[in-house]
Design a protein around this ligand. Sequence first.
Ligand SMILES: *Cc1c(COP(=O)(O)O)cnc(C)c1O
Length: 486
Amino acid sequence: MSAPSPADFVPSEDNLDPADWEAFRAIGHRMFDDMVDFMAGIRERPVWQPMPVDKRAELKAPSLPHEAGSLNDTYDAFQRLVAPHIAGNIHPRFLGWVQGGGNPVGVLAEMLAATLNGNLGGRDHAPIEVERQVIKWSAEMVGFPETTTGVLVTGTSVANLIALLVARTQALGIDVRKDGLAGHKLVAYTSPATHNCVLRAMDMAGLGTQALRLIPYDARHQIRLDLLTEAIATDRAAGLQPFMVIGTAGAVDTGAVDDLAALARLCKQEGLWFHVDAAFGALAMLSPAQRPLLDGISEADSIAFDFHKWAQVPYDAGCVLVRDGEKHAAAFSTHVNYLKRETRGLAAGHPWPTDFGPDLSRGFRALKVWMTLQVYGADKLGQVVANCCDLAQQLAARVAAEPELELLAPVALNVACFRFKASNKPLDALNTDIVIALQESGIAVPSTTNVNGQLAIRAAFVNHRTRAEDIDILIDAILETGRRLG
Ligand SMILES: *Cc1c(COP(=O)(O)O)cnc(C)c1O
Protein backbone atom coordinates (compact mmCIF):
# COMPACT_ATOMS: atom_id res chain seq x y z
CA MET A 1 0.00 0.00 0.00
CA SER A 2 1.23 3.44 -0.87
CA ALA A 3 2.06 6.07 1.67
CA PRO A 4 -0.14 9.19 1.44
CA SER A 5 0.45 11.19 -1.73
CA PRO A 6 3.25 13.71 -1.44
CA ALA A 7 2.75 17.27 -2.63
CA ASP A 8 2.12 17.31 -6.37
CA PHE A 9 4.71 18.05 -9.03
CA VAL A 10 5.02 21.68 -10.06
CA PRO A 11 7.33 22.62 -12.93
CA SER A 12 9.52 25.70 -12.93
CA GLU A 13 8.17 28.69 -14.76
CA ASP A 14 10.83 28.71 -17.46
CA ASN A 15 11.64 25.02 -18.04
CA LEU A 16 10.45 21.47 -17.37
CA ASP A 17 12.44 20.80 -14.22
CA PRO A 18 10.60 20.80 -10.89
CA ALA A 19 10.22 24.09 -9.06
CA ASP A 20 11.16 22.15 -5.90
CA TRP A 21 13.62 19.28 -6.30
CA GLU A 22 12.90 17.99 -2.77
CA ALA A 23 9.21 17.62 -3.60
CA PHE A 24 10.21 15.74 -6.76
CA ARG A 25 12.44 13.45 -4.68
CA ALA A 26 9.50 12.55 -2.42
CA ILE A 27 7.29 11.69 -5.40
CA GLY A 28 10.04 9.56 -6.90
CA HIS A 29 10.68 7.72 -3.64
CA ARG A 30 7.04 6.80 -3.35
CA MET A 31 6.94 5.45 -6.90
CA PHE A 32 10.09 3.47 -6.33
CA ASP A 33 8.73 1.95 -3.08
CA ASP A 34 5.54 0.92 -4.87
CA MET A 35 7.51 -0.72 -7.67
CA VAL A 36 9.64 -2.65 -5.17
CA ASP A 37 6.41 -3.98 -3.60
CA PHE A 38 5.09 -4.80 -7.06
CA MET A 39 8.17 -6.86 -7.94
CA ALA A 40 8.42 -8.53 -4.53
CA GLY A 41 4.75 -9.52 -4.55
CA ILE A 42 4.49 -10.62 -8.17
CA ARG A 43 3.93 -14.33 -7.36
CA GLU A 44 0.78 -13.43 -5.39
CA ARG A 45 -0.82 -11.57 -8.30
CA PRO A 46 -2.81 -13.01 -11.21
CA VAL A 47 -0.48 -13.62 -14.17
CA TRP A 48 -2.80 -11.70 -16.50
CA GLN A 49 -6.25 -10.20 -16.22
CA PRO A 50 -8.09 -8.66 -19.14
CA MET A 51 -8.51 -4.92 -19.03
CA PRO A 52 -12.18 -4.14 -18.24
CA VAL A 53 -14.14 -1.99 -20.68
CA ASP A 54 -14.59 0.84 -18.18
CA LYS A 55 -10.87 1.06 -17.53
CA ARG A 56 -10.14 1.09 -21.27
CA ALA A 57 -12.64 3.91 -21.60
CA GLU A 58 -11.08 5.82 -18.73
CA LEU A 59 -7.69 5.65 -20.40
CA LYS A 60 -9.04 7.22 -23.58
CA ALA A 61 -8.58 10.98 -23.50
CA PRO A 62 -10.91 13.13 -25.57
CA SER A 63 -8.01 15.16 -26.96
CA LEU A 64 -4.38 16.16 -26.56
CA PRO A 65 -3.86 17.58 -23.05
CA HIS A 66 -2.93 21.23 -23.54
CA GLU A 67 -3.16 22.32 -19.93
CA ALA A 68 -0.87 21.17 -17.11
CA GLY A 69 -2.11 18.10 -15.27
CA SER A 70 -1.37 16.46 -11.94
CA LEU A 71 1.51 14.00 -11.64
CA ASN A 72 -0.14 12.40 -8.61
CA ASP A 73 -3.37 11.82 -10.56
CA THR A 74 -1.44 10.52 -13.54
CA TYR A 75 0.45 8.12 -11.31
CA ASP A 76 -2.84 7.03 -9.76
CA ALA A 77 -4.10 6.23 -13.29
CA PHE A 78 -0.94 4.22 -13.91
CA GLN A 79 -1.53 2.24 -10.70
CA ARG A 80 -5.21 1.55 -11.34
CA LEU A 81 -5.41 1.27 -15.11
CA VAL A 82 -2.02 0.16 -16.36
CA ALA A 83 -0.03 -1.83 -13.77
CA PRO A 84 -2.71 -4.48 -13.03
CA HIS A 85 -3.23 -5.20 -16.74
CA ILE A 86 0.23 -5.96 -18.04
CA ALA A 87 0.84 -9.06 -20.14
CA GLY A 88 2.39 -10.68 -17.09
CA ASN A 89 5.77 -11.83 -18.38
CA ILE A 90 7.44 -10.82 -15.12
CA HIS A 91 5.26 -13.43 -13.35
CA PRO A 92 6.74 -16.89 -12.66
CA ARG A 93 3.77 -18.65 -14.32
CA PHE A 94 3.96 -16.71 -17.57
CA LEU A 95 4.98 -19.47 -19.97
CA GLY A 96 3.59 -18.09 -23.22
CA TRP A 97 5.55 -17.31 -26.38
CA VAL A 98 9.20 -16.58 -25.46
CA GLN A 99 9.37 -13.62 -23.12
CA GLY A 100 11.88 -12.60 -20.52
CA GLY A 101 11.10 -11.85 -16.90
CA GLY A 102 13.15 -8.67 -16.50
CA ASN A 103 15.20 -8.10 -13.35
CA PRO A 104 15.43 -5.52 -10.54
CA VAL A 105 18.95 -4.37 -11.47
CA GLY A 106 17.64 -3.65 -14.95
CA VAL A 107 14.88 -1.55 -13.41
CA LEU A 108 17.46 0.66 -11.73
CA ALA A 109 19.53 0.80 -14.91
CA GLU A 110 16.52 2.13 -16.85
CA MET A 111 16.25 5.04 -14.44
CA LEU A 112 19.97 5.79 -14.61
CA ALA A 113 19.94 5.61 -18.42
CA ALA A 114 16.93 7.90 -18.68
CA THR A 115 18.67 10.42 -16.42
CA LEU A 116 21.76 10.56 -18.65
CA ASN A 117 19.45 10.59 -21.71
CA GLY A 118 22.26 9.35 -23.93
CA ASN A 119 21.97 9.31 -27.69
CA LEU A 120 24.14 6.43 -28.83
CA GLY A 121 24.01 6.98 -32.58
CA GLY A 122 27.59 8.21 -32.42
CA ARG A 123 30.16 10.67 -31.13
CA ASP A 124 32.74 10.23 -28.39
CA HIS A 125 31.18 9.55 -25.00
CA ALA A 126 31.28 6.89 -22.29
CA PRO A 127 27.85 5.32 -22.94
CA ILE A 128 29.14 4.15 -26.35
CA GLU A 129 32.12 2.55 -24.61
CA VAL A 130 29.64 0.68 -22.42
CA GLU A 131 27.88 -0.61 -25.54
CA ARG A 132 31.21 -1.62 -27.09
CA GLN A 133 31.96 -3.59 -23.92
CA VAL A 134 28.60 -5.35 -24.14
CA ILE A 135 29.33 -6.25 -27.78
CA LYS A 136 32.77 -7.60 -26.81
CA TRP A 137 31.27 -9.76 -24.07
CA SER A 138 28.62 -10.99 -26.49
CA ALA A 139 31.26 -11.96 -29.03
CA GLU A 140 33.12 -13.83 -26.31
CA MET A 141 29.94 -15.63 -25.27
CA VAL A 142 29.38 -17.05 -28.77
CA GLY A 143 33.07 -17.63 -29.56
CA PHE A 144 33.43 -14.88 -32.16
CA PRO A 145 36.86 -13.32 -32.95
CA GLU A 146 38.31 -9.84 -32.24
CA THR A 147 37.16 -8.60 -35.66
CA THR A 148 33.54 -8.83 -34.52
CA THR A 149 31.29 -5.79 -34.60
CA GLY A 150 27.76 -5.51 -33.37
CA VAL A 151 25.03 -3.19 -32.33
CA LEU A 152 22.18 -3.29 -29.85
CA VAL A 153 18.75 -3.01 -31.44
CA THR A 154 15.12 -3.38 -30.40
CA GLY A 155 15.14 -7.15 -30.85
CA THR A 156 16.06 -10.14 -32.96
CA SER A 157 13.59 -9.12 -35.68
CA VAL A 158 15.72 -6.09 -36.48
CA ALA A 159 18.96 -7.98 -35.79
CA ASN A 160 17.99 -10.60 -38.40
CA LEU A 161 17.15 -7.85 -40.90
CA ILE A 162 20.53 -6.20 -40.36
CA ALA A 163 22.37 -9.51 -40.86
CA LEU A 164 20.39 -10.17 -44.02
CA LEU A 165 21.35 -6.76 -45.42
CA VAL A 166 25.02 -7.39 -44.63
CA ALA A 167 24.83 -10.77 -46.41
CA ARG A 168 23.05 -9.18 -49.38
CA THR A 169 25.70 -6.46 -49.70
CA GLN A 170 28.42 -9.11 -49.63
CA ALA A 171 26.67 -11.18 -52.28
CA LEU A 172 25.88 -8.38 -54.74
CA GLY A 173 28.73 -5.99 -53.96
CA ILE A 174 28.56 -2.57 -52.40
CA ASP A 175 26.95 -1.03 -55.51
CA VAL A 176 23.68 -2.66 -54.54
CA ARG A 177 23.32 0.18 -52.05
CA LYS A 178 23.21 2.67 -54.90
CA ASP A 179 21.76 0.59 -57.75
CA GLY A 180 19.16 -1.32 -55.78
CA LEU A 181 18.17 -4.92 -56.32
CA ALA A 182 16.89 -4.70 -59.88
CA GLY A 183 17.00 -8.14 -61.44
CA HIS A 184 18.60 -9.82 -58.44
CA LYS A 185 18.42 -13.59 -58.25
CA LEU A 186 19.31 -14.06 -54.61
CA VAL A 187 17.87 -17.00 -52.70
CA ALA A 188 18.24 -17.87 -49.01
CA TYR A 189 17.54 -21.06 -47.07
CA THR A 190 16.12 -21.93 -43.69
CA SER A 191 13.66 -24.47 -42.27
CA PRO A 192 9.93 -24.08 -41.60
CA ALA A 193 10.87 -23.79 -37.91
CA THR A 194 12.15 -20.30 -38.65
CA HIS A 195 10.59 -17.30 -36.94
CA ASN A 196 8.19 -15.20 -38.98
CA CYS A 197 10.52 -12.21 -38.67
CA VAL A 198 12.97 -13.93 -41.05
CA LEU A 199 10.27 -13.91 -43.73
CA ARG A 200 9.55 -10.30 -42.89
CA ALA A 201 13.25 -9.48 -43.21
CA MET A 202 13.26 -10.98 -46.73
CA ASP A 203 10.21 -8.87 -47.51
CA MET A 204 11.60 -5.63 -46.06
CA ALA A 205 15.00 -6.14 -47.71
CA GLY A 206 13.23 -6.28 -51.06
CA LEU A 207 14.26 -9.88 -51.78
CA GLY A 208 10.74 -11.20 -51.33
CA THR A 209 9.56 -14.03 -49.11
CA GLN A 210 9.46 -16.41 -52.07
CA ALA A 211 13.23 -16.15 -52.28
CA LEU A 212 13.42 -17.83 -48.87
CA ARG A 213 13.41 -21.60 -49.35
CA LEU A 214 11.84 -23.48 -46.44
CA ILE A 215 13.76 -26.75 -46.40
CA PRO A 216 11.91 -29.48 -44.44
CA TYR A 217 13.17 -30.56 -41.04
CA ASP A 218 13.58 -34.05 -39.58
CA ALA A 219 11.92 -35.68 -36.56
CA ARG A 220 14.05 -33.56 -34.23
CA HIS A 221 12.97 -30.41 -36.06
CA GLN A 222 16.48 -29.87 -37.46
CA ILE A 223 16.85 -28.71 -41.05
CA ARG A 224 17.54 -31.62 -43.46
CA LEU A 225 21.08 -31.16 -44.77
CA ASP A 226 20.54 -33.53 -47.71
CA LEU A 227 17.53 -31.57 -48.93
CA LEU A 228 19.32 -28.28 -48.35
CA THR A 229 22.29 -29.38 -50.48
CA GLU A 230 19.92 -30.52 -53.20
CA ALA A 231 17.95 -27.26 -53.17
CA ILE A 232 21.12 -25.18 -53.50
CA ALA A 233 22.20 -27.24 -56.54
CA THR A 234 18.75 -27.01 -58.11
CA ASP A 235 18.62 -23.23 -57.66
CA ARG A 236 22.12 -22.80 -59.11
CA ALA A 237 21.20 -24.96 -62.12
CA ALA A 238 18.18 -22.69 -62.63
CA GLY A 239 20.44 -19.62 -62.79
CA LEU A 240 19.60 -18.29 -59.34
CA GLN A 241 22.15 -17.01 -56.81
CA PRO A 242 22.07 -18.80 -53.44
CA PHE A 243 23.65 -16.44 -50.90
CA MET A 244 22.62 -17.22 -47.33
CA VAL A 245 21.59 -19.96 -44.93
CA ILE A 246 19.75 -19.06 -41.74
CA GLY A 247 20.19 -21.63 -39.00
CA THR A 248 17.89 -21.65 -36.00
CA ALA A 249 19.22 -22.05 -32.46
CA GLY A 250 16.09 -22.36 -30.36
CA ALA A 251 13.08 -22.65 -32.66
CA VAL A 252 10.16 -20.61 -31.44
CA ASP A 253 7.69 -23.53 -31.65
CA THR A 254 9.69 -26.31 -30.04
CA GLY A 255 13.09 -24.98 -28.94
CA ALA A 256 14.84 -27.16 -31.53
CA VAL A 257 18.40 -26.30 -32.53
CA ASP A 258 19.71 -26.99 -36.05
CA ASP A 259 22.96 -28.91 -36.50
CA LEU A 260 24.96 -25.68 -36.61
CA ALA A 261 28.37 -27.32 -37.12
CA ALA A 262 27.08 -29.16 -40.19
CA LEU A 263 25.46 -25.98 -41.52
CA ALA A 264 28.72 -24.08 -41.01
CA ARG A 265 30.63 -26.71 -43.03
CA LEU A 266 28.06 -26.70 -45.79
CA CYS A 267 28.09 -22.89 -46.02
CA LYS A 268 31.88 -22.89 -46.25
CA GLN A 269 31.83 -25.46 -49.06
CA GLU A 270 29.12 -23.61 -50.95
CA GLY A 271 30.44 -20.10 -50.29
CA LEU A 272 27.25 -18.98 -48.55
CA TRP A 273 26.74 -16.54 -45.69
CA PHE A 274 25.87 -18.44 -42.51
CA HIS A 275 23.58 -16.57 -40.16
CA VAL A 276 22.14 -17.97 -36.93
CA ASP A 277 18.87 -16.79 -35.42
CA ALA A 278 19.66 -17.54 -31.79
CA ALA A 279 17.07 -15.17 -30.33
CA PHE A 280 16.91 -16.99 -27.02
CA GLY A 281 19.18 -19.96 -27.76
CA ALA A 282 22.41 -17.92 -27.73
CA LEU A 283 22.20 -17.64 -23.94
CA ALA A 284 22.50 -21.45 -23.73
CA MET A 285 26.21 -20.80 -24.40
CA LEU A 286 26.39 -19.79 -20.73
CA SER A 287 25.18 -23.15 -19.44
CA PRO A 288 27.68 -26.04 -19.58
CA ALA A 289 24.82 -28.56 -19.85
CA GLN A 290 23.23 -26.88 -22.90
CA ARG A 291 26.29 -25.40 -24.65
CA PRO A 292 27.08 -28.55 -26.69
CA LEU A 293 23.70 -28.19 -28.44
CA LEU A 294 25.05 -25.01 -30.04
CA ASP A 295 28.30 -26.51 -31.34
CA GLY A 296 29.22 -24.71 -34.55
CA ILE A 297 27.62 -21.36 -33.68
CA SER A 298 31.06 -19.79 -33.39
CA GLU A 299 31.64 -20.60 -37.10
CA ALA A 300 28.74 -18.39 -38.19
CA ASP A 301 29.18 -15.16 -40.17
CA SER A 302 26.53 -13.41 -38.09
CA ILE A 303 24.28 -14.07 -35.11
CA ALA A 304 21.10 -12.38 -33.92
CA PHE A 305 19.90 -12.75 -30.35
CA ASP A 306 18.02 -11.03 -27.55
CA PHE A 307 19.04 -9.88 -24.12
CA HIS A 308 15.38 -9.33 -23.24
CA LYS A 309 14.53 -13.03 -23.37
CA TRP A 310 16.78 -15.53 -21.57
CA ALA A 311 19.21 -12.88 -20.29
CA GLN A 312 16.32 -11.30 -18.32
CA VAL A 313 17.22 -7.73 -19.31
CA PRO A 314 14.10 -5.50 -19.35
CA TYR A 315 12.63 -4.83 -22.79
CA ASP A 316 13.88 -3.98 -25.25
CA ALA A 317 17.38 -5.22 -26.03
CA GLY A 318 18.39 -7.31 -29.02
CA CYS A 319 21.83 -7.70 -30.58
CA VAL A 320 23.38 -8.48 -33.93
CA LEU A 321 26.98 -9.67 -34.18
CA VAL A 322 28.95 -9.81 -37.43
CA ARG A 323 32.18 -11.79 -37.45
CA ASP A 324 33.91 -9.49 -39.96
CA GLY A 325 33.33 -5.90 -38.93
CA GLU A 326 34.40 -4.51 -42.29
CA LYS A 327 31.60 -6.40 -44.02
CA HIS A 328 29.20 -5.11 -41.38
CA ALA A 329 30.15 -1.46 -41.97
CA ALA A 330 30.10 -1.95 -45.75
CA ALA A 331 26.35 -2.45 -45.56
CA PHE A 332 25.51 0.62 -43.49
CA SER A 333 28.18 3.29 -43.18
CA THR A 334 27.56 6.56 -45.01
CA HIS A 335 29.23 9.92 -45.06
CA VAL A 336 27.29 13.13 -44.70
CA ASN A 337 28.52 16.55 -43.68
CA TYR A 338 26.57 16.90 -40.48
CA LEU A 339 27.90 13.55 -39.23
CA LYS A 340 31.53 14.24 -40.17
CA ARG A 341 34.08 12.37 -38.05
CA GLU A 342 37.08 13.95 -36.35
CA THR A 343 40.01 12.49 -34.46
CA ARG A 344 39.46 14.82 -31.47
CA GLY A 345 36.49 16.53 -29.90
CA LEU A 346 33.00 15.11 -29.51
CA ALA A 347 32.86 14.03 -33.18
CA ALA A 348 35.70 11.52 -32.62
CA GLY A 349 35.29 7.84 -31.80
CA HIS A 350 34.84 6.42 -35.33
CA PRO A 351 33.25 3.98 -36.13
CA TRP A 352 29.93 4.88 -34.56
CA PRO A 353 27.00 2.57 -33.86
CA THR A 354 25.08 4.21 -36.71
CA ASP A 355 27.67 2.67 -39.08
CA PHE A 356 26.32 -0.78 -38.19
CA GLY A 357 22.58 -0.45 -38.54
CA PRO A 358 19.68 1.68 -39.73
CA ASP A 359 19.26 3.79 -36.57
CA LEU A 360 20.81 7.19 -35.98
CA SER A 361 19.37 8.25 -32.64
CA ARG A 362 19.46 5.34 -30.20
CA GLY A 363 18.90 5.12 -26.46
CA PHE A 364 21.28 3.85 -23.81
CA ARG A 365 20.00 0.24 -23.97
CA ALA A 366 23.49 -0.97 -23.25
CA LEU A 367 23.40 0.19 -19.63
CA LYS A 368 20.77 -2.30 -18.48
CA VAL A 369 22.63 -5.10 -20.29
CA TRP A 370 26.00 -4.06 -18.87
CA MET A 371 24.64 -3.77 -15.33
CA THR A 372 22.76 -7.07 -15.52
CA LEU A 373 25.92 -8.87 -16.68
CA GLN A 374 28.14 -7.11 -14.13
CA VAL A 375 25.91 -7.65 -11.15
CA TYR A 376 24.59 -11.18 -11.70
CA GLY A 377 27.52 -12.53 -13.71
CA ALA A 378 27.23 -14.71 -16.79
CA ASP A 379 27.37 -17.94 -14.76
CA LYS A 380 24.22 -17.07 -12.86
CA LEU A 381 22.41 -16.34 -16.13
CA GLY A 382 23.66 -19.71 -17.35
CA GLN A 383 22.11 -21.31 -14.26
CA VAL A 384 18.79 -19.69 -15.14
CA VAL A 385 19.06 -21.26 -18.60
CA ALA A 386 19.86 -24.68 -17.11
CA ASN A 387 17.02 -24.38 -14.61
CA CYS A 388 14.53 -23.47 -17.36
CA CYS A 389 15.62 -26.53 -19.38
CA ASP A 390 15.24 -28.75 -16.30
CA LEU A 391 11.74 -27.39 -15.78
CA ALA A 392 10.82 -28.18 -19.39
CA GLN A 393 12.03 -31.77 -18.86
CA GLN A 394 10.07 -32.02 -15.60
CA LEU A 395 6.96 -30.78 -17.39
CA ALA A 396 7.50 -33.37 -20.16
CA ALA A 397 7.83 -36.10 -17.53
CA ARG A 398 4.63 -34.99 -15.80
CA VAL A 399 2.82 -34.93 -19.19
CA ALA A 400 4.08 -38.44 -19.97
CA ALA A 401 2.77 -39.64 -16.60
CA GLU A 402 -0.73 -38.21 -17.12
CA PRO A 403 -2.93 -40.46 -19.31
CA GLU A 404 -5.13 -37.48 -20.30
CA LEU A 405 -2.16 -35.58 -21.77
CA GLU A 406 0.28 -36.25 -24.59
CA LEU A 407 3.58 -34.69 -25.61
CA LEU A 408 3.60 -33.44 -29.24
CA ALA A 409 7.29 -32.68 -29.82
CA PRO A 410 10.59 -33.70 -28.24
CA VAL A 411 11.89 -31.25 -25.64
CA ALA A 412 15.26 -30.04 -26.92
CA LEU A 413 15.72 -26.99 -24.74
CA ASN A 414 13.15 -25.03 -22.73
CA VAL A 415 9.90 -25.47 -24.67
CA ALA A 416 7.34 -28.25 -24.18
CA CYS A 417 4.41 -28.78 -26.60
CA PHE A 418 1.60 -31.05 -25.47
CA ARG A 419 -2.18 -31.32 -25.40
CA PHE A 420 -5.18 -32.57 -23.47
CA LYS A 421 -6.47 -35.60 -25.37
CA ALA A 422 -9.10 -37.21 -23.12
CA SER A 423 -12.16 -35.97 -24.97
CA ASN A 424 -14.31 -36.83 -27.98
CA LYS A 425 -14.53 -33.16 -28.90
CA PRO A 426 -12.28 -31.81 -31.69
CA LEU A 427 -8.97 -31.52 -29.87
CA ASP A 428 -7.63 -28.39 -31.61
CA ALA A 429 -10.62 -26.32 -30.52
CA LEU A 430 -10.67 -27.86 -27.05
CA ASN A 431 -7.00 -27.13 -26.40
CA THR A 432 -7.40 -23.57 -27.69
CA ASP A 433 -10.26 -23.12 -25.21
CA ILE A 434 -8.23 -24.62 -22.37
CA VAL A 435 -5.41 -22.15 -22.97
CA ILE A 436 -7.77 -19.17 -23.14
CA ALA A 437 -9.57 -20.30 -19.96
CA LEU A 438 -6.25 -20.67 -18.19
CA GLN A 439 -5.11 -17.21 -19.27
CA GLU A 440 -8.41 -15.71 -18.11
CA SER A 441 -8.18 -17.51 -14.77
CA GLY A 442 -4.95 -15.63 -14.00
CA ILE A 443 -3.40 -18.90 -12.76
CA ALA A 444 -0.96 -19.46 -15.62
CA VAL A 445 -0.29 -18.23 -19.14
CA PRO A 446 0.79 -20.84 -21.67
CA SER A 447 0.29 -20.09 -25.39
CA THR A 448 -0.49 -22.31 -28.37
CA THR A 449 1.25 -23.36 -31.51
CA ASN A 450 0.83 -25.90 -34.25
CA VAL A 451 3.05 -28.98 -34.23
CA ASN A 452 2.79 -31.24 -37.29
CA GLY A 453 -0.74 -30.06 -37.95
CA GLN A 454 -1.93 -30.39 -34.35
CA LEU A 455 -2.81 -27.57 -31.99
CA ALA A 456 -0.42 -27.71 -29.07
CA ILE A 457 -0.42 -26.14 -25.64
CA ARG A 458 3.01 -24.60 -25.51
CA ALA A 459 4.94 -23.84 -22.34
CA ALA A 460 8.23 -21.98 -22.76
CA PHE A 461 10.41 -21.64 -19.67
CA VAL A 462 12.24 -18.35 -19.89
CA ASN A 463 11.51 -16.63 -16.59
CA HIS A 464 14.11 -16.80 -13.79
CA ARG A 465 11.33 -16.81 -11.18
CA THR A 466 9.65 -20.06 -12.30
CA ARG A 467 9.96 -23.05 -9.93
CA ALA A 468 9.01 -26.74 -9.95
CA GLU A 469 5.82 -26.01 -7.98
CA ASP A 470 4.60 -23.83 -10.86
CA ILE A 471 4.58 -26.88 -13.16
CA ASP A 472 2.18 -28.68 -10.82
CA ILE A 473 -0.06 -25.63 -10.61
CA LEU A 474 -0.09 -25.43 -14.43
CA ILE A 475 -0.77 -29.12 -15.05
CA ASP A 476 -3.42 -29.36 -12.34
CA ALA A 477 -5.20 -26.36 -13.86
CA ILE A 478 -4.99 -27.84 -17.36
CA LEU A 479 -6.41 -31.19 -16.21
CA GLU A 480 -9.21 -29.52 -14.28
CA THR A 481 -10.07 -27.21 -17.20
CA GLY A 482 -9.81 -30.02 -19.77
CA ARG A 483 -12.19 -32.25 -17.79
CA ARG A 484 -14.60 -29.36 -17.38
CA LEU A 485 -14.62 -28.26 -21.05
CA GLY A 486 -13.91 -31.63 -22.71
C1 LIG B 1 11.59 -13.98 -30.26
C2 LIG B 1 12.21 -14.53 -31.49
C3 LIG B 1 12.47 -13.71 -32.59
C4 LIG B 1 12.00 -12.28 -32.63
O1 LIG B 1 12.70 -11.53 -31.71
P1 LIG B 1 12.15 -10.12 -31.18
O2 LIG B 1 13.09 -9.79 -30.09
O3 LIG B 1 10.76 -10.38 -30.71
O4 LIG B 1 12.19 -9.18 -32.30
C5 LIG B 1 13.13 -14.24 -33.66
N1 LIG B 1 13.51 -15.53 -33.68
C6 LIG B 1 13.28 -16.36 -32.64
C7 LIG B 1 13.74 -17.77 -32.72
C8 LIG B 1 12.61 -15.89 -31.51
O5 LIG B 1 12.38 -16.70 -30.48
